[in-house]
Design a binder for this molecule. Structure first.
Ligand SMILES: [Zn+2]
Length: 415
């Protein structure tokens, strides 16, 4: 993926996450919030037919208010679907319904999320007192691509783990004879033939893995190998895999089955390793930040300083805490001085404040999401943006001690 595409993807993920968090907070007073997941290959005409059907069935709902709300939600979804000729790539999700706004009032809300980061797997129609956001949340947590190999001496499967999704790709069965030799065969000859057959099978499995993974080795975050002992050990210790893949093996795991379900077992068994792997890059970024902060001057933090460094083009990487959710309000005085205040998105901003440079009154000129504000400058100046998890100590520090915003600089900017 090019750097620009990657930056856009980070931004998209951030925008998705924000919408999801907003949707999570909504509640309907009855079973009246509609969520529809549409995979890319689903025809929109079929979806419209489904929604029409649900609309007519909703006429059986006893409570008049719920009935009206569900039907309004479905109508709103149908209206939105009219804007599309075809299903967007990776599919789309629609949310609509009357949500509680307090004091017995409600408000119609409709949101459409197009082209999520990973493909939507199946069509889902969901009507409940909450919007269904879990499948999307799962996609946003998804990081990385891993190669999977499960094998014993009889059978092997190779496939992908892309985000949370396991994709079986190829399988093989061996011709390794069982442990019981037939009458008339010498024990020695039998043992030799058997070892040869095992070796051939390992080579065949490695061939499948190489075919699949070698061309993707630079995008690959690691390889997991599973199976019973000693098969998986023999396979790894015997260096059957291409040497560049061999270096990417994150570990070997006990897995009872080696069919397609074994690939899923492998991912389950490796969950700790995978969780660590997800934050490996985040950890490296934070190590580098602290190193620069302690030993040199190529580090910055806090909204104001980071922003000024970004504008100068001094920021190599902008580091933003995944948990940061703030708006930035821009205040401007008559002399044209600008100053900024960060605010929780639910808080009202003051209309004006004193300009710290000239002491005159500065009025609120603009309010926007703080991260989007910084990312926009970063994109214009060719700085990369990295979102940093709070699931490790230094990631937590970024959020707690540095206000969730920091940067690794290209040079000492003097700011
Ligand atoms: Zn001023």
């Amino acid at each position: 993926m090019s750097e620009v595409a990657e930056a856009n993807e980070d931004r998209r993920k951030y925008e998705f996450r924000k919408v999801i968090e907003e949707l999570q907070d909504f509640e309907g007073s009855g079973t009246q919030l509609v969520t529809i997941y549409i995979p890319e290959e689903k025809l929109l005409s079929d979806v419209v037919a489904h929604v029409t059907q649900e609309h007519s069935e909703a006429s059986n709902i006893k409570s008049k208010q719920t009935r009206t709300n569900v039907q309004d939600a479905l109508k709103s979804i149908k209206d939105r679907l009219r804007y599309y000729d075809t299903t967007p790539s990776n599919g789309m999700v629609l949310f609509s319904g009357a949500v509680n706004t307090g004091g017995g009032r409600s408000d119609m809300v409709t949101r459409v999320l197009e082209s999520p980061p990973t493909p939507i797997q199946s069509f889902r129609y969901h009507c409940d007192s909450d919007f269904l956001t879990e499948p999307l949340e799962g996609m946003l947590e998804d990081k990385g691509m891993f190669g999977l190999v499960v094998l014993d001496r009889r059978e092997a499967n190779v496939g992908w783990l892309k985000g949370k999704r396991v994709e079986p790709v190829k399988s093989a069965e061996s011709l390794v004879p069982g442990k019981q030799r037939k009458g008339g065969q010498s024990a020695q000859r039998f043992a030799r033939l058997r070892l040869e057959a095992i070796d051939n099978f390992y080579q065949e499995v490695a061939g499948m893995a190489n075919d699949l993974f070698v061309s993707k080795r630079h995008e690959l975050d690691g390889i997991l190998v599973g199976g019973p002992s000693p098969t998986k050990d023999e396979f790894i210790d015997g260096d059957y895999l291409h040497h560049e893949l061999q270096d990417k093996v994150l570990g070997k795991f006990d897995v009872a089955y080696t069919d397609e379900s074994g690939l899923k077992d492998l991912v389950d068994s490796a969950s700790e390793v995978l969780a660590d792997q997800e934050i490996v890059e985040d950890k490296q970024q934070m190590e580098e930040f602290f190193e620069n902060l302690n030993t040199g001057k190529k580090a910055t933090y806090g909204f104001d300083r980071t922003r000024r460094n970004l504008i100068m083009g001094a920021v190599d990487r902008l580091l933003i805490s995944e948990d940061l959710r703030e708006d930035v309000v821009t205040y401007e005085c008559e002399q044209g001085h600008e100053q900024f205040e960060l605010l929780d998105s639910r808080h009202e901003a003051a209309d004006s404040q004193e300009c710290s440079e000239c002491g005159q009154s500065a009025s609120a000129a603009d309010r926007e999401d703080a991260i989007e504000h910084l990312m926009t400058i970063a994109e214009q100046r060719g700085s990369e943006t990295k979102f940093i998890s709070t699931d490790f100590e230094k990631g937590e520090q970024l959020y707690d001690a540095f206000g969730g915003i920091a940067g690794i600089l290209r040079y000492d900017s003097g700011i």
